[in-house]
Ligand binder design. Structure first.
Ligand code: F6R
Length: 592
């Protein structure tokens, strides 16, 4: 949450920082701001609302400074307002800070700073950082930052610039992500690689407890004790074109369409020798899958596959619940942490917690070099490419591919099962061919305020995922439920006003799901079915029908989720909502 960027070099900093912030906007978009070094003075401009509000405000202002920092915010401490927008400065306006994460002891620090007569201008935790650095400043920004960092508790990343040492920016990482971009006579800091991809593909990913001191001439790295360190520069394989909309109205729609490719790329990546794991799931007493949101739903699907093919008992737990539970974890357990960003703090803390207890940790992440990637014992990478839409789509199906691949390892039918998996992307293409039908169907439901999503067995997590997609981008209330549980309560909600999405591929629970469908129809519920194209019986029972091609039972989630992503997308898009950046959300959630 929150995106930060810093630039120092030979170009005008402002356009470059604003461009970077637009690419970081998925991390938060409550307010935005910049600090630019203009003739040895720091100019700070900030605005509540999205980056475009800041851009409008800066229109025509002649800032030519060649160093600066920028921020896009997802509010934690202090409402989203101009005063609380970053950068925050010290009292003299000589030091400016942009920050991602939380300073947990800020109340205590604020009280102490106030006893020095310091007056706070905002309600944020960030402002203490600027004042602490100013208080410790004795002519060297790095030394002042090192002293300030010793007093801060929490998980954060921040960048600091000072008018007293023009062209120098210091970046600090502890918990939240921060990368250094290496250019020619210019260098960058950013929360995430896409922010600086148009300018450089040479990246150093900072680890927790590291500091980068950047000027146009070079980059120096230190630990929190001020000892110099060296790190490798890596070349980012992503192409910037893959982060553009390519003619689609929204990134989310583009990413839904990219799924056959991203699942195919993920399977190819996994079968390559580099991804072979030195253990088998059967080596463990138990598998614990930890994740949040959509990644948690992928985990629920994975549980069915793992138990089917390995018989190893598998539990799926929200990372935020796992970390503070008393669940016994030990060396006989395998923890699978699923996270597209690899930065979700709940999941990251859960990994650290499990490792401390002696469990082996395996990450399934999309972002190479992310915290969870680095901090887990092993990683399976999904190869979905950058996902910009806040609602996860292509990373979900790529996670499914990784989980299925993992579950079928060393099973007697591994080759046949792998062939089925390899055939899935072409079936996904066929689902996408029906997008126009789904767009037309969506028109019927634009005014509905509640939806129920039902499914059994492998379709139950897909019901949860379909409901999550709808609520997060359309703000329509939607609930996912195991179809067989409906009669134990939610059935009371059903009347002629309630659209009920029922996912019913022909699998082991097909007949049972149809009985649940009958229960809905008897109470006049309007059924939107998801099922096989040739299943005319099911089609006749539904008010609307979202078709998928016939597929083997195991792999239905790869197909059934796509019509639900599209339904949510078209409803939100036709309601004129900001599909790629829904309110209150952020792509990467780096607060607990
Ligand atoms: C929903 C969504 C979120 C994420 C969740 C976990 O569309 O995107 O629910 O799935 O925040 O994020 P990662 O996978 O990055 O850990």
């Amino acid at each position: 949450m929150c995106g930060i960027i810093g630039y120092t070099g030979r170009e005008q900093a402002l356009p470059l920082i604003l461009g970077g912030l637009e690419r970081l906007e998925y991390r938060g978009y409550d307010s935005a701001g910049v600090a630019i070094l203009e003739k040895d003075k720091l100019i700070v401009e900030k605005k509540a609302g999205k980056i475009r509000e800041l851009v409008k405000d800066l229109w025509g202002k002649p800032y030519k400074g060649k160093a600066g920092i920028g921020h896009t915010r997802w509010a934690t401490h202090g409402e989203p307002s101009e005063d609380n927008a970053h950068p925050h400065t010290d009292e003299k306006g000589e030091i400016a800070v942009v920050h991602n994460g939380i300073v947990e002891n800020f109340v205590e620090l604020k009280r102490r700073l106030e006893t020095h007569g310091i007056k706070f201008k905002s309600d944020t935790d960030t402002e203490v950082i600027a004042h602490l650095i100013a208080l410790n400043y004795k002519g060297d920004l790095l030394s002042a930052v090192l002293s300030a960092v010793k007093e801060l508790k929490g998980a954060f990343a921040f960048a600091v610039i000072s008018s007293k040492e023009p062209m120098r920016i210091i970046g600090v990482k502890l918990g939240s992500p921060l990368v250094v971009g290496i250019g020619k006579e210019e260098n960058f800091l950013a929360s995430d690689i896409p922010a600086i991809l148009p300018y450089t593909r040479h990246i150093i990913t900072l680890s927790d407890g590291e500091i980068a001191d950047i000027t146009p001439e070079g980059v120096n790295l230190y630990d929190f004790n001020g000892n110099p360190i060296t790190k490798e520069i890596s070349l980012v394989p992503w192409d910037i074109i893959s982060a553009e909309k390519a003619g689609f109205k929204h990134f989310m729609l583009k990413e839904i369409y990219e799924q056959p490719k991203s699942v195919g790329d993920t399977i190819r990546g996994l079968v390559s020798s580099e991804e072979i794991l030195p253990f088998h799931l059967k080596d463990f007493r138990r598998v614990l899958i930890i994740a949040c949101g959509t990644s948690y739903h992928a985990g629920l699907v994975g549980k069915f596959w793992i138990e089917k093919y390995t018989s190893v008992p598998t539990e799926v737990i929200y990372a935020s619940e796992f970390r503070y539970s008393d669940i016994p974890v030990g060396e006989k357990d395998l923890i699978i942490a699923i996270s597209q960003s690899g930065e979700t703090i709940d999941t990251k803390f859960a990994v650290n917690f499990a490792r401390d207890k002696g469990a082996k940790t395996l990450a399934i992440v999309n972002v190479v070099g992310s915290s969870i990637d680095r901090e887990s014992d092993f990683t399976l990478h999904t190869h979905a490419g950058p996902e910009i839409g806040v609602a996860a789509t292509k990373t979900f199906t790529a996670q499914l591919a990784a989980l299925y691949f993992l579950a079928i390892q060393n099973t007697p039918r591994e080759d046949k099962l792998l062939q089925d998996l390899i055939g899935t992307p072409s079936l996904m293409e066929k689902v996408l061919e029906k997008a126009e039908d789904i767009e037309n169907i969506s028109e019927k439901y634009l005014k509905k305020r509640n939806f129920l999503y039902l499914g059994r067995y492998l379709s139950y997590p897909i019901a949860l995922e379909g409901a999550l997609k709808l609520k997060e981008i359309s703000y329509i209330h939607a609930e996912g439920y195991p179809a067989g549980e409906m009669k134990h309560g939610p059935i009371a909600l059903i009347d002629e006003a309630m659209p009920v999405v029922i996912i019913a591929p022909k699998d082991r629970v097909y007949e049972k799901t149809l009985s649940n469908l009958a229960e809905v129809k008897t109470r006049k519920g309007k059924v939107i079915g998801v099922g096989f194209s040739e299943d005319n019986h099911l089609k006749d029972l539904c008010e609307s029908y979202l078709e998928i091609p016939a597929v083997v039972e195991d792999l239905s989630p790869f197909l059934t989720v796509i019509p639900l992503q599209l339904l949510a997308y078209y409803i939100a898009s036709k309601l004129g909502l900001d599909v790629d950046q829904p309110r209150n959300l952020a792509k990467t959630v780096t607060v607990e």
